[in-house]
Design a protein around this ligand. Structure first.
Ligand code: 3PG
Length: 210
């Protein structure tokens, strides 16, 4: 699956921080049961790589990727633990070169027209727009649709049920990313049914908009 096909799988990619490895599998099960099977586990905790591995092994329906890749060396790490795709908040040159050499499906981050055009020149047609709300929100992406029609986006950063529809109605938005479907308090409480309900709500409300 390439990055565009992965983004087409569900209207929301949960942006996940796993602090407790025992949360990984029940969390993935809850999100998949709620209809969200593309999961981004960010490299922001000590157990992130083990969480990716555990989710992948226990929940084969899930498409588990790694987020917050910052360095070229991160690619080999996430590959070793079986990540299906990668995501970065930006696109430093060394990381871009490494992704091109590796071939892992990838959403590099951009926040301007120039960055999007540079990534298109480097061969990427599906990009993360980050930080979406702070960098111009849905009006910014709407403005790119005509001059850069070959590019598709997964906006992330500041998105929730209140504004996700503004993005998903745009022709150049495939899905949105967000942490609102995985609230830390619910994870700490082991409220997997509550997280499943959040995922289900997102799919029911936002799925038809794409
Ligand atoms: C990301 O990594 O993409 C963001 O931290 C997620 O943003 P959110 O927490 O505002 O959804």
């Amino acid at each position: 699956m390439n990055a565009r096909a992965i983004c087409a799988e569900a209207p929301v990619i949960p942006v996940i921080i796993v602090e407790d490895l025992t949360h990984a599998v029940p969390l993935a099960e809850a999100l998949v049961a709620g209809g969200l099977r593309v999961l981004e586990v960010t490299l922001r905790s000590a157990v992130a790589l083990e969480a990716i591995q555990a989710m992948k092994a226990a929940v084969p329906e899930a498409i588990v990727g790694a987020g917050t890749l910052r360095h070229a060396r991160d690619l080999a790490r996430v590959r070793a633990y079986g990540a299906a795709f990668g995501v970065s908040p930006g696109a430093p040159a060394a990381l871009v070169e490494a992704i091109k050499a590796d071939g892992l499906p990838f959403l590099p981050g951009c926040a301007s027209a120039t960055e999007a055009m540079s990534l298109a020149d480097a061969g990427f047609d599906t990009l993360k727009f980050f930080p979406a709300e702070a960098a111009g929100g849905a009006p910014f992406l709407k403005s790119l649709a005509s001059p850069l029609p070959d590019l598709a986006f997964c906006p992330t950063g500041g998105i929730g049920m209140g504004n996700a529809a503004d993005y998903l109605r745009l022709p150049n938005v495939l899905c949105v990313g967000g942490s609102w479907v995985v609230p830390p308090a619910m994870m700490l409480a082991g409220d997997w049914a509550g997280i499943e309900a959040l995922a289900r709500e997102a799919v029911a409300t936002l799925g038809p908009l794409r």
